[in-house]
Design a binder for this molecule. Structure first.
Ligand code: THR
Ligand code: THR
Lengths: 165, 165
């Protein structure tokens, strides 16, 4: 692997919130995010995949200290949408590989995911951008996973960056 | 809105591929992405949300010209995993808002999604990073949606960037 991956980031103080079964119609996400914005909740990793049978699901991570507020705002959104449920998880950590030109290297994702598999870390969520591949894994596995991915990309030393990355 | 959003990007020549019902166990994603990497398929927007009942779903976008190859590789992955199905869609376009400090502005997402709702563009997928909010919408809506989001953020003029962004 050329030095495509220049660093890793681990955020261990986030929680995951999921709104499942929400109506897949224009305006639904605007409502959800306006509820979050009204409470100034800093949203991190947002993931919405394609819907099935008219029902969509969105997950995002927030600082664990904002979880109670987020669940209230999510409950408001679901009530106004007239459908859906709110789920959450706190035993999570976000492990990201950071570097330039990730997109053209689908091998980088395969390499990272294989390192996670080899240490038994199950991937719960994935988002990618040109400069980053982020995964959500169980918090109790995150230190071991950080070391495993670190070795896989032959980086000098692990960095545990603040959740701002 | 302060000038958090500095530009928009529209990619109109991508296709979406979804692997649904795949086993939620370590190694599944490594296998999927190694099949893509072996065929040098440039993967764009990857989205995996939390699984249900042990079955996960991953979607990603690829250049439309690589769709046939991608479907073959995805079929191989599903066959080796022993479970799942491959779905795809070509009437899609990726519309992204680009800027710095997006994460602390959950209002930016609400603002963008409201502009999409107002022009009747239904959001099919969402991924976010610190510098970008990306949505997948129907291709026939994408020009109108670009203009709508453009007005919402009071930008000077729309930019249609190559899919590389
Ligand atoms: C599910 C949600 O994304 C919906 N399709 C919307 O446009 O808001
Ligand atoms: C579904 C997939 O992400 C699986 N959990 C894995 O770790 O590969």
């Amino acid at each position: 692997q050329p030095r495509v991956v220049t660093g890793l980031a681990l955020a261990k103080s986030e929680a995951r919130v999921t709104l499942a079964g929400i109506p897949d119609r224009p305006g639904a996400m605007a409502l959800v995010f306006s509820k979050m914005s009204a409470r100034r909740i800093p949203i991190d990793m947002v993931v919405q995949n394609v819907s099935e049978a008219g029902r969509a699901e969105v997950s995002f991570t927030v600082p664990q200290s904002d979880l109670a507020d987020t669940l209230t705002a999510a409950g408001d959104a679901v009530a106004e949408l007239g459908a859906g449920e709110v789920l959450s998880g706190t035993n999570v950590a976000k492990l990201s590989a950071v570097g330039s030109g990730m997109r053209t290297h689908s091998g980088v994702a395969a390499h990272m995911f294989q390192a996670l598999a080899d240490c038994g870390a199950n991937i719960q969520m994935i988002t990618t951008s040109e400069i980053k591949i982020s995964t959500l894994i169980a918090r109790e596995k995150c230190e071991e996973a950080l070391q495993a991915v670190h070795r896989a990309f032959k980086l000098d030393k692990p960095t545990i960056e603040p959740p701002g990355v």
